[in-house]
Design a protein around this ligand. Structure first.
Ligand code: SF4
Length: 309
């Protein structure tokens, strides 16, 4: 089967919509087979090994197979959100343009529903001299069959593991099946990437965001992670939940609960990163209506991307 045919009866993610995206139909992700990009440029807010001297070369894709209630990228993740249409040749030129701009890594954000096109663009990019390490920056809501296709092209995964609890997944991610889908994804990545080395940009960094009122579920997740992946992956524990605009009334994580989670990370011997309470806050919510959606000094748009707008 050609890569494009995967769009014809789309099962690229666990939603298994089986719509014909080639004919312009849209599934839960809200996108046809036309590639839509919300932003491309250098970004200095990622983990230091990804950033180097100039920044991580980020490409934000429009649409998303998940509908998280708290999504900070809601301007581009919902159907019809801001973005431009590009073909595979232009996408490859975006990749090489980021390399020429001095990017340390090529950082593909929420590309799950575009895997066939991303593979073709990476192939074209390689013929044009693309050598950057490739980072797959994803929600973790992946089909293992689709991951198997993209995996040979990926050096480092920045993968969310949001929850193992179906109720929590339903409440915060809009898909209770997330809790079931994430387990085979982590198992697959462990088989393919049994060791992680951030300095060499190899392996898997799992990001877990603590949702309000679900500290018990986070403790369960930390135990599960320690039992199954402690020797293989790094963990990034994130605590800066930003409430959705239409429902700002979530209680913030208390100092006591935060402290208990830090103790759990310590006792379980987990290696990685822990976000400090109060770090960053609202500053990190991007505004994709601007040429630079991020705080001044943290990001720089790719000129070729601006030319395509
Ligand atoms: S990629 Fe989009 S259309 Fe395809 S299964 Fe997932 S949500 Fe549905």
């Amino acid at each position: 089967m050609g890569q494009e045919e995967l769009y014809a009866n789309c099962t690229l993610c666990p939603n298994n919509c089986r719509v014909d995206r080639l004919s312009g139909r849209r599934g839960v992700c809200g996108e046809t087979s036309e590639i839509r990009i919300a932003w491309a440029g250098l970004h200095r807010g990622e983990e230091p090994p990804l950033v180097g001297d100039r920044g991580s070369g980020m490409v934000f894709f429009c649409g998303c197979p998940l509908h998280c209630a708290y999504c900070q990228n809601y301007q581009i993740s919902t159907a019809g959100g801001a973005g431009i249409t590009v073909d595979e040749e232009e996408l490859a030129c975006i990749f090489t343009g980021l390399q020429e701009m001095g990017a340390r890594t090529l950082n593909l954000v929420t590309g799950t529903h575009y895997v066939p096109s991303v593979i073709n663009a990476l192939e074209i990019g390689r013929k044009k001299g693309l050598t950057l390490p490739v980072v797959w920056n994803s929600s973790g809501y992946e089909s293992v069959d689709t991951l198997r296709l993209i995996d040979p092209y990926i050096d480092l995964y920045l993968l969310d593991a949001k929850t193992l609890c179906r109720d929590t997944a339903s409440r915060f991610c809009g898909r209770e099946g997330y809790a079931d889908a994430i387990i085979p994804v982590l198992s697959f990545l462990k088989r393919r990437h049994p060791a992680t080395d951030m300095d060499r940009l190899k392996g898997v960094l799992v990001r877990h965001l603590v949702f309000p009122g679900t500290e018990r579920q986070t403790e369960d997740f930390l135990k599960y992670f320690a039992e199954n992946f402690r020797e293989n992956f790094l963990l990034s524990l994130m605590v800066q939940f930003v409430p959705p605009l239409e429902n700002p009334g979530f209680e913030p994580l208390s100092k006591e609960a935060y402290s208990r989670l830090l103790d759990a990370v310590d006792v379980l011997g987990l290696d990685g990163f822990v976000q400090e309470q109060g770090e960053n806050e609202i500053l990190w919510i991007p505004d994709f209506n601007r040429d630079n959606p991020f705080p001044e000094g943290f990001a720089e748009p790719l000129p070729y991307f601006l030319d395509l707008k």
